[in-house]
Design a protein around this ligand. Structure first.
Ligand SMILES: [Zn+2]
Length: 109
């Protein structure tokens, strides 16, 4: 009769799963910051402030893919570039992050 490996306890399995999920969250969050808009050094381009709000509100949470809400929309200037920082909070898991935009509109107002 073949020897079976010792069966992991449910508790150990749960702990391993929790650790893997925690690592996955860190990786997903890091990936989000590498994508366009994830950092002020590589903002998304938008033609107006209105477009920014709509785009930001439509970006799913990188952790759980749920919808996010805009909690703050602030203008900032970094190295001479006018940026918009939109702070987002996931409606489901509550995680927070910022999405960065650069307004490239040719408005003559
Ligand atoms: Zn979430």
């Amino acid at each position: 009769m073949a020897k079976r490996p010792p069966k992991k306890s449910d508790r150990t399995a749960r702990r391993e799963r929790a650790r893997l999920l925690a690592r996955l969250r860190i990786d997903r969050e890091r990936l989000f910051t590498l994508e366009p808009g994830g950092q002020p050094t590589h903002p998304l381009e938008a033609s107006s402030a209105a477009v920014i709000e709509a785009h930001a509100a439509g970006a799913p949470c990188p952790l759980c893919a749920a919808a996010q809400e805009v909690t703050e929309h602030a203008a900032s200037v970094q190295r001479g570039i006018r940026l918009r920082e939109v702070k987002l909070r996931c409606r489901q898991c509550g995680s927070t992050r910022s999405l960065w935009f650069k307004i490239v509109g040719t408005s003559l107002n």
